[in-house]
Design a protein around this ligand. Sequence first.
Ligand code: V0V
Ligand code: CO
Length: 141
Amino acid sequence: MRIDHIGIACHDLEEKIALFERTFELTVVAREVNEEQGVKEAMLHIADGEGGGSYIQLLEPLSADSPVGKFLARRGEGVHHVAFGVPDVAQAMERIGGKGVRLLDERPRHGSMGSSIAFLHPKDVGGMLTELVQAADTLRT
Ligand code: V0V
Ligand code: CO
């Protein structure tokens, strides 16, 4: 439906939040520690859209052997992933997985701001780590 967020890997979350607020005049709307994903993250609001908003996600690793920790060691700071907003993450996983793209998650995981997320292998989609996001307000409880 839209680009939900662009994930940017950084060493120092507070420093990069200040940089993005100052430079682009964005506002942090959520912060979270996600132990399962090994990150401390912040969402900076860009716009509202169909089924959810668009954000910049700043990511600091919780450890060196987490996905973002390994990425920083190998490539340094910069764009880590792109997340597409989808109406139904389980259905999107099934449809995209059915095309031979490797899913990095067997089932949807907990994402930022109560969302439901899943990752696709970067090597199967042109070298871009891709996340599927179903926003919280579209999830049935
Ligand atoms: C690794 N590769 C990447 C990449 N990370 N390519 C593009 N973008 C990235 N971010 C390349 C790497 O250079 C290798 O290519 C190849 O993929 C295989 O890498 P690997 O050695 O297996 O590397 P690992 O062990 O670091 O694993 C990479 C994957 C891992 C992508 C499998 O990072 C993963 O499972 N990520 C999904 C979870 C995640 O990233 N969570 C943090 C964000 P060459 O060198 O062999 O050519 S959490 C988040 O976004 C949240 C909570 C949210 O939005 O709400
Ligand atoms: Co993300």
